[in-house]
Design a protein around this ligand. Structure first.
Ligand code: IPM
Ligand code: MG
Length: 360
């Protein structure tokens, strides 16, 4: 198979973990006789430096031409005080929107080998296995009006959280389908005791549920969900929620996995005529400027995102499984980076990437 992939390493540790993810892709292509066509593009802070824009038109063109996009992370501290429209993060929001990848799947698992890496008690987190399905192209991240106006005591900032029926129905449907392939339980997370957007969310989710009588649906308020995630995480199978709630809850979920460096993600949109999903694949973590350039970032979230790409955008289930099994065997062998608090000397980013390739 021809695999046309756009690689956007981005900023900070994004470049380091993406290098290892690409190394794993090459290994898979070699072992299973696929032809890789890799193109590299600019996104985020590096794109601002080189072109003046966090999401250059050229990157949009390359993404439209590729079968799938692999992304590292964006964000540089030098832009911390820049207005949102001129920040690296705007590039990420731009590419998500242009590709129309409205469903962000963030699997959260507690691996037995990493159970001591989490600060939570073993018996609480053992067996955790859920997918957070985050709506990715709507809500307060994109709503208008937005902005800052006025001066002095009158200076005022505004953002808008907005959803329409179609946006809610399609993400709900995606989540129900996923639940059907798993333990058939869906938790829809909202704040319907306060927000109108959440009231519509709940109403539409209930309507869509009628198409999936075999899936058990529960509604959980977002504040309670934040608590349940650490009190009783094994009760969750698929969790579906709006953009900002999903952003926040998935970082909390990282504590269940031992480190945010472990979490992969797949952002998918419409199916193409070929049956493959349009997809953007990125680890959940950010650019971590504090450890950038030190060859110590955990590449497993990025490598797990490669597995997700093989599965969703190319339908290569066996290859995806080979990558996930290799991740698991590397964990079992204790060959991990410092964030996972290994008992022996931590490995470098590069060494973990090489260990995964060897295990494939
Ligand atoms: C994530 C990140 C991004 C988001 C940032 C970098 C814009 O936190 O993917 O979770 O908020 O979506
Ligand atoms: Mg986030």
């Amino acid at each position: 198979m021809n695999l046309n992939i756009l690689v956007l390493p981005g900023d900070g540790i994004g470049t380091e973990v993406t290098r290892e993810a690409v190394r794993v892709l090459r290994r898979v292509a070699e072992k299973y006789s696929h032809t890789l066509h890799l193109t590299e593009g600019l996104l985020g802070g590096i794109a601002i430096h080189k072109t003046g824009s966090p999401f250059p038109d050229e990157t949009a063109r390359l993404a439209a031409d590729a079968d799938a996009t692999l992304l590292g992370a964006v964000g540089l501290p030098e832009f911390d005080n820049a207005p949102p429209a001129q920040r690296p993060e705007r590039g990420l929001l731009g590419i998500r929107k242009v590709l129309g990848v409205y469903a962000n799947l963030r699997p959260v698992r507690t691996y037995e080998a990493l159970i001591d890496s989490s600060p939570l008690k073993n018996e609480r987190i053992r067996g955790t296995d859920m997918i957070i399905v985050r709506e990715l192209t709507g809500g307060i991240y994109y709503g208008t009006p937005r902005g800052i106006q006025g001066e002095g005591d009158e200076e005022r900032a505004c953002n808008t959280m907005t959803y329409n029926r179609a946006e809610i129905a399609r993400i709900a449907r995606m989540a129900f389908h996923l639940a059907r392939q798993r333990r058939r339980k869906l938790a829809s997370v909202d704040k319907s005791n306060v927000l109108e957007t959440s009231q519509l969310w709940r109403k539409v989710v209930v309507e869509v549920a009628a198409e999936f009588p075999d899936v058990e649906l529960e509604h959980v308020l977002v504040d309670n969900c934040a608590m349940q995630l650490v009190l009783n995480p094994t009760r969750f199978d698929v969790v579906v929620t709006e953009n900002m709630f999903g952003d926040i809850l998935s970082d909390e979920g990282a504590v269940l996995a031992g480190s945010i460096g472990m979490l992969p993600s797949a952002s998918i949109g419409e199916k193409k005529p070929s049956g493959a999903w349009v997809g953007l694949y990125e680890p959940v973590h950010g650019s971590a400027p504090d450890i950038a350039g030190q060859n110590k970032a955990n590449p497993l979230g990025a490598i797990g995102s490669v597995a997700a790409m093989l599965e969703y955008s190319f339908g290569l289930m066996e290859e995806a499984k080979a990558v996930n099994n290799a991740i698991e065997s590397v964990l079992n062998a204790g060959k991990v980076t410092a964030d996972l608090k290994p008992k022996t000397a931590p490995l470098t980013t590069e060494q973990v990437g090489a260990a995964v390739c060897e295990a494939i």
